[in-house]
Design a protein around this ligand. Structure first.
Ligand SMILES: Cc1cc2nc3c(=O)[nH]c(=O)nc-3n(C[C@H](O)[C@H](O)[C@H](O)COP(=O)(O)OP(=O)(O)OC[C@H]3O[C@@H](n4cnc5c(N)ncnc54)[C@H](O)[C@@H]3O)c2cc1C
Length: 247
């Protein structure tokens, strides 16, 4: 199905945080939608006489009921935002995909993964959780995975409860919520103040044993890439997915 065009049916939608709507989609007649965790779909949205093409990471691991979910962040005055924040069950959305190579390599030779995302840029890592579990189980003594989420405040912590539960159940996994504007009162153990790239710098990943994934805000990705390069990371060990509009 890679690259093909088709129509999704909206089967549900809900606010996940004050500025993120999660939309459940499925193909007609219960057909399965195959994808690799970390991939995205491109929606073809009617906008007057135009067609907007906007891409969204798939935000759930494959589900038994064959639905997928997208986490759509609110962009002020955004054209796709306006359409997607108003969808209702039964609506149809034209789409193509799945696309992308921002995927977890479970056979990674380096033992330490840092998965960094801002806002909805955390969605691919949620989809990767079963793969992260397998990655850790193959060499529990050496392998470690950290997810760093960048948001402004505690209420924007998209999927935070799920990452916390995963961290509690998997000793090799840590979750840090990096908040640029405010912390909880009192601060929780996994909260850090400041931008996610600042917290990443403080963690000082070792280029000899680490691979870093960066997803979301293009400015964060550029800054984090410069930081990692200056600390000796080869580009091949910096995997990137920039969230930018295509037209
Ligand atoms: C591979 C890929 C995966 C993506 N996955 C997701 C995802 O899972 N969830 C998600 O919410 N988005 C994702 N995006 C971004 C998404 O495709 C749209 O760009 C985003 O929804 C804004 O579209 P819009 O039409 O509402 O805004 P537009 O009408 O395109 O933009 C309105 C204004 O906001 C600015 N702008 C555009 N995007 C942003 C932004 N993200 N933050 C701040 N300002 C912005 C524009 O420069 C413009 O001035 C992804 C992008 C790519 C390329």
């Amino acid at each position: 199905m890679s690259g093909g065009q088709f129509e999704f049916e909206v089967v549900g939608s809900r606010r996940r945080t004050p500025r993120v709507v999660e939309i459940d989609l499925r193909l007609p007649e219960g057909r399965p939608f195959s994808y690799i965790p970390g991939q995205f779909v491109t929606l073809h949205l009617p906008d007057g006489s135009d067609e907007l093409r906007r891409s969204y990471s798939i935000a759930v691991p494959p589900r038994e009921d064959k639905t997928i979910a997208l986490a759509v962040g609110e962009v002020p005055s955004g054209r796709a935002t306006r359409i997607l924040f108003g969808v209702r069950p039964g609506d149809r959305l034209r789409a193509s995909g799945p696309f992308g190579r921002f995927i977890l390599r479970e056979d990674e030779t380096l033992p330490r993964l840092y998965l960094v995302g801002t806002g909805t840029g955390i969605a691919p890592y949620r989809t990767m959780l079963p793969g992260i579990e397998r990655f850790l189980a193959r060499d529990p003594e050496r392998r470690r995975v950290s997810v760093l989420l960048g948001v402004r405040s505690p209420e924007e912590r998209l999927y935070g409860d799920e990452f916390r539960a995963f961290a509690a159940a998997h000793p090799g996994f840590t979750f840090l919520s990096c908040q640029s504007r405010s912390l909880s009162d009192p601060p929780e153990a996994d909260e850090r103040r400041g931008y996610v790239q600042k917290v990443l710098a403080e963690l000082a990943p070792d280029p000899a044993e680490s691979v870093v994934y960066l997803c979301g805000n293009p400015g964060m990705i550029d800054e984090a890439t410069e930081l990692l390069k200056s600390r000796g990371f080869p580009l091949v060990n910096i995997r990137r997915e920039k969230y930018v509009s295509s037209n």
